[in-house]
Design a binder for this molecule. Sequence first.
Ligand SMILES: *Cc1c(COP(=O)(O)O)cnc(C)c1O
Length: 389
Amino acid sequence: MAKIDTISREMVTFARGIFGDDFIPLHQPIFEGNERDYLIDCIDSNFVSSVGQKVTEFEDKVAEFLGSKYAIATVNGTSALHVAIELAGVRPGDEVISQALTFIATCNAINYAGANPVFIDVDLDTMGLSPKALQNYLNKNAEKRIDGTFNKISGKKISGCVPMHTFGFSCRIKEIAEICKNWDIALIEDAAESLGSYVGNQHTGTFALLGTLSFNGNKVITTGGGGMIVTDNTDLAKRAKHITTTAKIPHAYDFIHDAIGYNYRLPNLNAALGCAQMELLEDFLTVKSDLANQWKSFFSDRDVIFVESIDNNKVNHWLNTIILDSKQDRDEFLKFTNENNVMTRPIWTLMSRLPMFKDCLTDGLENSLWLEDRVVNIPSSVPPGSLKK
Ligand SMILES: *Cc1c(COP(=O)(O)O)cnc(C)c1O
């Protein structure tokens, strides 16, 4: 491999050629569609808050795009996960299996549901939960009883599993779903990063009982802040809507609530942005795929690993990802590029190393630890002027 200082310098020049001379963010939102018009519609109609037509429209658009029966909009992706984990049957004191290599939201949501995360390793190629590691952990440490699967180490019930499609690269979700089915563990798919990513012909987020999306400002499309629960289960969809809207029984004037609910409903203003962004999504995906190809050829000339999807799965190219040779190379690369106003980011610190989660059970996390030292995200926004008008 060429020396990292040469690669860093050439990378900055290459990024400038694509994105121009100003500060280059990792991923910025683009509003080149009907965003303004739809927002003004909301203001003119006076429906800016928790009631309004745009929410339903946005939910329908997302459900249709994913090929899912139902979609329920929420204020953000974390709240979508929180509710999905509860609806999947996870109870306080249970254990939920997830990745240590993920964004904090996954883990926070497990804790909001009162459960304890158990961190299992990821696959090196997908950076998502490894079915092999999951199977090994369960074979070694879990016991199936009449009332579910229990962890022999902690004595706790393992009631859920939340894999995540890292940076939009789909994990081996079919294999994970099969294992969870055999062990009677509810599967919840964190598809916050993978809108537009598939496994074969099926969209990520639709392999589990419940899937969740995020529309935060840095995601493929944004509503400012927002999230979505998707499911094919009619009963769960109804309960998701109910519990995210304060569990209020519909009535012309009376306030009757039949459960502890949440005020997690997406405001109409945010949904208006979402409707406009959904109209742009296919174009975003096309342009982001072109950009990924440019990065790929740049790094292939320099013998750097540019991460690609497995099995030719269609990927949304949310964040382009490279793997450097060592932590030292990574640190030099991050320093040079950021000092030169080209934003690059290391992958997350493993959840298992954060103070809140340091005592959680793990399987050793060999691949997660290796990736943690080497993975870097590079600028991945839709380049200026690249959308067809
Ligand atoms: C963005 C994201 C979420 C949800 O985040 P919000 O900011 O609450 O919308 C959840 N999980 C992962 C892995 C994410 O990247």
